[in-house]
Design a protein. Structure first.
Length: 180
């Protein structure tokens, strides 16, 4: 992994991280199967390989980051060679004793170099330093196979989903890890 610095964001970082390239490609998807019978609901997610890689739009508008970054509980940026190349944003109190990672972005040229792992570990440390956080939850689209694999690699476990979470009505899936 390249030598990086992870630090809290400052206002001059915001225009730079808005332009990192938030879309991604995926060749797998977690497909949700929902069956409702009388007295029983069965929800399953199964991994499906797509016939070809697809480009997926990021579910949050990077342009909105300029408006709401100060409302985040935490926003950390990754600095490489003096420039931001990624960020992770966190919210607290969406659930008791929980820090929620809502955004994790690494610029395209710097992906698959360990920077995403370093950011999640930094978010975990940040959350653990907060007096009431005992759990870290990662939020992502079921199409975001790279993030799903990263979550699993770092010991996070599937813990739920929310239908119609995003503006495009996509499902959000959640992975959690107890941190203290």
């Amino acid at each position: 992994m390249p030598a990086i610095e992870i630090r809290p964001a400052i206002s001059s970082d915001i225009p730079l991280i808005m332009n990192l390239g938030h879309d991604f490609t995926s060749d797998h998807v977690f497909q949700m199967d929902l069956q409702m019978d009388e007295g029983q609901v069965d929800v399953q997610f199964r991994l499906v390989q797509l016939p070809r890689s697809v480009r997926v739009e990021y579910p949050h508008s990077p342009k909105m980051l300029a408006d709401d970054w100060t409302g985040r509980s935490g926003l950390l940026v990754v600095i490489l060679a003096g420039k931001p190349v990624g960020y992770v944003s966190m919210m607290q109190n969406l659930a008791p004793t929980t820090t929620w990672v809502t955004d994790l972005v690494v610029s395209k040229p710097h992906r698959r170099q360990g920077i995403g792992s370093a950011m999640i570990l930094a978010a975990q440390e940040w959350a653990a330093s907060q007096a009431k956080s005992r759990r870290l939850v990662l939020e992502m689209q079921p199409k975001n196979y790279p993030a799903i694999r990263l979550s699993q690699k770092l010991g996070f476990e599937f813990c739920g989903y929310q239908d119609h979470q995003y503006a495009n009505n996509d499902v959000a899936i959640f992975f959690e890890k107890w941190i203290s």
